[in-house]
Design a protein around this ligand. Structure first.
Ligand code: TXA
Ligand code: MG
Length: 329
């Protein structure tokens, strides 16, 4: 297949999807690799294109809570409360499913993950369709999620015909995932909706289980995930500051540094990337994945960084940094 076209034509995207083909889907979190969730062949194509293991279930995207009702057994009141505040938005909720949902979408689980994205193009597309879109992030399994249409084309462009161009993703981190599969809700993935906001809306805290195990419920829970190919090391803030001076001023080497609210003196250094010069966590989130890709392309030996403040979106950013660092032996 020739390289994917990047465009804004919803009817072209719709035509491919109706034929069982895949389309790059802009959302406010990250770009998705979308196919008809009710067509097992299209869903199989998603797994093949992403080289994703079949034990890893997909999120079904729908235009509204009402549209979701026919695919799930029961939506608890707490979930309705969250939907009222955050759908459309960067929140995925897991419910017991009906048999209408193909097994391939859920990897055989008796639950299904549902999300109503906020991006206007994604919503407009979903409203035109009479089927949900299964869409994982549009990256090869384990690599950094794409936040621009060009990222999708670079990695999957030979394998799909069309990428809907919705510009850069405004949030830049995957959706937060809450499971309502059992009586107690559980947060499975920290993401674009801060847990402080979730707790405030619910008026209570909920269990958080984003740690990996040998058999994770969500592979985003795997210790090593979202990783650049260049080894990434997490340093203390102090050690990062020392490394910046040593590796970039005293003895310029093949080390790249990822900083946050950093010193002006390194601003023109092409091996120092600042996620947000003004130390704004929302800006840092939106820059994180594109910056990790840029750093990966520098051909450095190592990327060094430090954790950000563990509040708001900083928690999800730190979660991704820890997993990205986990492939360093
Ligand atoms: O922001 C997002 O959520 C993006 C955009 C494209 O919507 N999608 C995304 O999809 O990040 P993906 O496939 O990369 O991550 C979905 C995560 C996986 O870790 C998967 O294991 C989990 O959701 N998941 C899907 N269905 C599940 C289920 N029934 N129970 C528990 N986890 C589930
Ligand atoms: Mg993913």
């Amino acid at each position: 297949m020739p390289t994917a076209t990047i465009g804004t034509d919803l009817s072209v995207a719709e035509t491919y999807l109706r034929r069982g083909q895949l389309v790059g889907l802009p959302t406010e979190t990250v770009y998705g690799l979308a196919g008809n969730a009710l067509d097992p062949l299209a869903v199989a194509r998603i797994f093949k294109t992403k080289e994703r293991p079949a034990f890893d279930p997909l999120i079904m995207h729908l235009p509204s809570l009402e549209a979701a009702e026919i695919y799930v057994l029961n939506i608890p009141d707490l979930a309705r409360k969250l939907a009222a505040s955050y759908w459309p938005g960067p929140l995925t909720m897991v419910f017991k499913r009906r048999s209408l949902v193909p097994d391939l979408v859920t990897s055989g689980l008796d639950t299904v993950a549902i999300r109503v994205p906020r991006h206007p193009l994604a919503l407009a597309l979903l409203e035109r369709l009479d089927f949900p879109l299964a869409a994982p992030s549009a990256n090869p399994f384990g690599y950094i999620s794409p936040t621009r249409p060009e990222h999708v084309r670079q990695q999957l462009g030979e394998k799909i015909p069309y990428i809907l161009d919705g510009g850069p993703c405004t949030i830049g981190l995957e959706s937060s995932i809450i499971s309502f599969a059992s009586a107690e809700p559980v947060l499975l993935r920290k993401g674009g909706l801060a847990i402080e906001d979730i707790f405030a809306t619910l008026g209570t805290t909920i269990k958080v289980n984003t740690r990996s195990s040998s058999n994770p419920i969500a592979p985003g829970m795997l210790v090593s995930h979202y990783a650049p190919r260049t080894p990434l090391s997490l340093l203390s803030k102090e050690d990062l500051a020392t490394s910046l001076v040593h590796e970039n001023k005293i003895k310029p080497g093949k080390i790249a540094h990822l900083v946050f609210g950093g010193d002006r003196e390194f601003r023109d250094d092409d091996r120092v990337f600042d996620l947000s010069p003004t130390a704004d966590l929302t800006e840092a989130a939106s820059n994180l994945f594109a910056t990790l890709r840029q750093l990966d392309e520098l051909d450095c030996q190592e990327i060094r960084t430090a954790l950000l403040p563990e509040i708001g979106l900083g928690r999800a950013i730190n979660d991704r940094l820890r997993r990205a660092a986990a492939n360093v032996q």
